[in-house]
Design a protein around this ligand. Structure first.
Ligand SMILES: Cc1cc2nc3c(=O)[nH]c(=O)nc-3n(C[C@H](O)[C@H](O)[C@H](O)COP(=O)(O)OP(=O)(O)OC[C@H]3O[C@@H](n4cnc5c(N)ncnc54)[C@H](O)[C@@H]3O)c2cc1C
Length: 464
């Protein structure tokens, strides 16, 4: 009887789905892939591409959204073949390489790619999609037992934690009992929250990044007439892509060992370039992971303290059409942006009293709104997560947070590192959990290459 290699993938967002696709495309030996995801809607789509709002657009142009590193035009070609259907969507004005298409459409693309790969897989390969949460793992020599919340157990030789982004934490509310209020929406990806906010005359979105923009645009799209407030410490919102921005070839960049020198070099490149700063930042993208890895830990910490917010709002930009809708909301005053710190929130039965201190002020102010939504960004401190699998792995000392507490400690090939510093031969990860080591590891252009390499590594180990 031939031996079947079994690989379990925990989480079926972009990362898990693309590891499954790559395993099925690359394997030459009998293989069973378990793709485990509790949320049916998220299979293939994950959190980013399972939105049902057409106004939630990709923030990367179509030409750079292929899921396959060896076929750069794959997504654009897929979309072009569906052009007439896509143009019926009022958020799609063109299907060109520079178009920013709806994230929902991108989710359809990923689901289609997974289905086609499954249909075309060799006879000796099997993809098993399992609807469950993995709540625990037992490591035995040569195999892993995965405990499912549906009561079953799965056995595999290796497992990939493709668990991605987690909802934001409530730590910004300073531990008050406000989190239990029916006027508070803690998880920005909760679909019923939008309908609840629509019932109010005013709301506060805490945070001013991409998630806040998603909410503000979705509210305006469904005809919300109320006042939208947003608050963040710096009050900085994401910058906007230039339409049809020119692309530069990747820049050669000597890795500096200090953040200050790095910033100076980037500024100089922008000054001497004939191009917009956006083109220069984009051209740095292929080297940004190696720049990050070259920085000592103390300098990485300095970056996080002083530059992170500025980097995020310049690097993760909005589609032009989203940017102009946001400008409309700001210009008409429907969206009011505050910079400052929330000190307390209290549900008084009629609404929420939000006490905050504006940036640079000593006096506090109070804002009264109908509801509050948490748009503070994904929680990356694994010790604070309530995900049962994460807790189980931490309790067993099989994983540890990275030194910057941005994700998990991982080796260069994605193998997880346990609490004692031992590199696992059975547990791997990719995507957002690698943020501490790589910094730039959340967007499709980075993740597709990681999925391809990880699949190769997992198969090579199985063949050995
Ligand atoms: C709102 C949003 C918009 C984005 N827009 C873009 C964009 O336009 N362009 C771009 O390049 N990037 C974008 N990104 C970046 C995005 O993070 C990546 O593109 C990618 O979607 C991350 O995928 P992932 O599979 O690693 O994580 P996720 O999408 O978070 O998927 C992880 C999955 O794991 C599952 N899971 C977790 N724990 C368990 C468990 N114990 N058992 C089983 N399953 C589990 C979850 O249910 C989830 O479905 C966006 C991100 C977000 C959040």
């Amino acid at each position: 009887m031939s031996y079947t290699h079994k690989i379990a993938i925990i989480g079926a967002g972009f990362s898990g789905t693309m590891v499954a696709v790559q395993l099925l495309r690359q394997t030459r030996q009998p293989l069973t892939v378990y793709l485990i995801e509790p949320n049916l809607r998220q299979v293939g789509r994950g959190r980013a591409y399972s939105t049902d709002q057409d106004c939630h657009l990709l923030n990367v142009p179509a030409h750079n959204m292929s899921a396959l590193p060896d076929e750069p035009a794959h997504f654009f070609t897929w979309a072009k073949a569906r052009e007439s259907g896509l143009l019926e969507n009022r958020w799609v004005t063109e299907v060109t390489p520079n178009a920013f298409l709806p994230r929902r459409v991108y989710g359809d693309y990923l689901v289609d790619l997974l289905d086609k790969t499954e249909q075309q897989a060799a006879n000796h390969c099997r993809l098993e999609k399992i609807t469950a949460n993995v709540i625990g793992i037992t490591l035995e020599p040569g195999h892993i037992a995965l405990k499912l919340d549906t009561g079953g157990l799965l056995s595999a030789q290796k497992a990939v934690l493709a668990i991605g982004n987690f909802p934001p934490s409530d730590s910004w509310v300073n531990g008050t009992d406000f989190t239990a209020s029916g006027r508070y929406f803690s998880n920005p990806w909760q679909t019923d929250a939008l309908a609840a906010l629509l019932e109010t005359r005013s709301c506060l979105l805490v945070g001013s990044g991409l998630t806040m923009v998603d909410w503000a645009i979705a509210l305006s799209e469904v005809g919300y007439q109320g006042q939208i407030h947003s608050i963040s410490r710096h009050g900085l919102m994401p910058q906007v892509h230039r339409p049809c921005q020119k692309r530069l070839t990747p820049l050669a960049f000597a890795a500096p060992t200090s953040v200050r020198r790095c910033l100076r070099q980037i500024r100089r490149l922008i000054q001497v370039s004939d191009h917009d700063w956006r083109a220069v930042l984009d051209a740095l993208r292929p080297v940004s992971q190696s720049l990050w890895e070259a920085l000592p830990l103390s300098e990485q910490r300095r970056f996080l303290r002083h530059l992170r917010t500025y980097w995020d709002c310049h690097r993760h930009r909005l589609a032009p059409v989203v940017g102009s809708r946001l400008d409309d909301l700001l210009n008409t005053g429907q969206l009011r942006q505050h910079s400052g710190r929330v000190l307390a929130c209290h549900d008084n039965g009629q609404g929420v009293e939000v006490v905050f201190r504006a940036r640079g002020q000593t006096k506090t102010q109070t804002l009264v709104v109908g509801a509050v939504a948490n748009c503070t960004g994904s929680e990356s401190n694994y010790r604070k997560l309530t995900n049962p699998l994460v807790q189980d792995l931490l309790n067993q000392h099989l994983i540890r947070p990275d030194p910057l507490v941005l994700g998990l400690d991982v080796a260069a090939d994605g193998a997880l590192i346990d609490a004692g510093g031992k590199v696992s031969k059975q547990l791997f990860t990719l995507g957002p959990p690698q943020k501490g080591r790589l910094w730039e590891t959340t967007a499709v252009p980075e993740l597709r290459g990681q999925a391809e390499k990880l699949a190769r590594l997992l198969l090579a180990a199985g063949e050995a």
